[in-house]
Design a protein around this ligand. Structure first.
Ligand SMILES: Nc1ncnc2c1ncn2[C@@H]1O[C@H](COP(=O)(O)OP(=O)(O)O)[C@@H](O)[C@H]1O
Ligand SMILES: [Mg+2]
Length: 225
């Protein structure tokens, strides 16, 4: 039995030596428009097309049925195999993740949270204590870790970034909580001319800082030279 599931795109499967790891959290991070939701949807399509169910927690309404139809030829079957949860507050997101325990069974092949930090960031701006939010986010990551490790179901998170002068680049929202909670970190970097770079930043068994250039096209994503 394979210990990976297909990422739904050839060059990512190659970069990850087969795809996303079963018993681990993978986080894709990058700025808005970098392609996080596209990669999340491609993973969902591959899993659903393979006859397994996907739980897709969409916190920012990024999932588009129109885009799904472009990404696969059999969108009805794919759609049937995706269970959507659409929290609109951080409290609802917390409940969605708590509920996962009761939803997971043999048929579930992938859990996606797109994006894990959207509502956290949004609500935190209103000025609440960040300590409480950090505790909640840690708890959510702990619950996802327990599910992925005990049930061997891969968890794919997407995450926002902000510019950081300290690290001379970008930092993830929810910083260390997500950095340490994820066994695999994948960074998306937008480049000129609609190109994007995908860089493997952390992995348990593969060399890091390997990268591929790609573009987003009608049918999905395509590697470019
Ligand atoms: N059919 C398409 N052809 C080309 N590019 C597309 C298509 N559909 C969406 N895109 C591009 O995908 C990008 C958005 O990617 P997305 O995965 O939503 O980013 P993120 O989730 O990181 O904010 C936009 O630049 C958009 O133009
Ligand atoms: Mg998105």
């Amino acid at each position: 039995m394979s210990d990976r599931i297909s990422a739904g795109c050839g060059f990512l499967d190659e970069l990850l030596h087969g795809g996303y790891e079963l018993g681990a959290i993978t986080a894709i991070f990058g700025p808005a428009g970098s392609g996080k939701t596209n990669l999340a949807m491609l993973a969902a399509v591959a899993c659903a097309d393979n006859g397994k169910k996907v739980i897709y927690i969409d916190t920012e309404g990024g999932f588009s049925v129109e885009r799904l139809k472009q990404l696969c030829s059999n969108h009805e079957k794919v759609f049937e195999n995706i269970v959507f949860l659409t929290p609109t507050t951080f409290e609802e997101q917390k409940k969605s993740i708590e509920k996962l325990k009761t939803l997971v069974d043999q048929k579930i092949g992938l859990i996606i949270v797109d994006t894990i930090s959207m509502l956290y960031r949004f609500e935190r701006k209103i000025g609440e204590e960040s300590g409480e939010f950090n505790r909640d986010l840690s708890m959510q990551v702990a619950q996802l870790t327990e599910i992925t490790r005990k049930k061997n179901i891969p968890v794919l998170l997407t995450n926002q970034v902000y510019s950081s002068f300290q690290s001379n680049g970008v930092s993830m929202v929810g910083g260390d909580i997500l950095k340490y909670g994820s066994k695999c970190l994948i960074e998306l970097v937008p480049l000129a001319g609609g190109k994007r770079k995908v860089v493997l930043r952390k992995h348990r068994s593969l060399p890091v800082d390997t990268e591929v250039l790609f573009v987003i096209v009608e049918k999905g994503v395509e590697k470019v030279g």
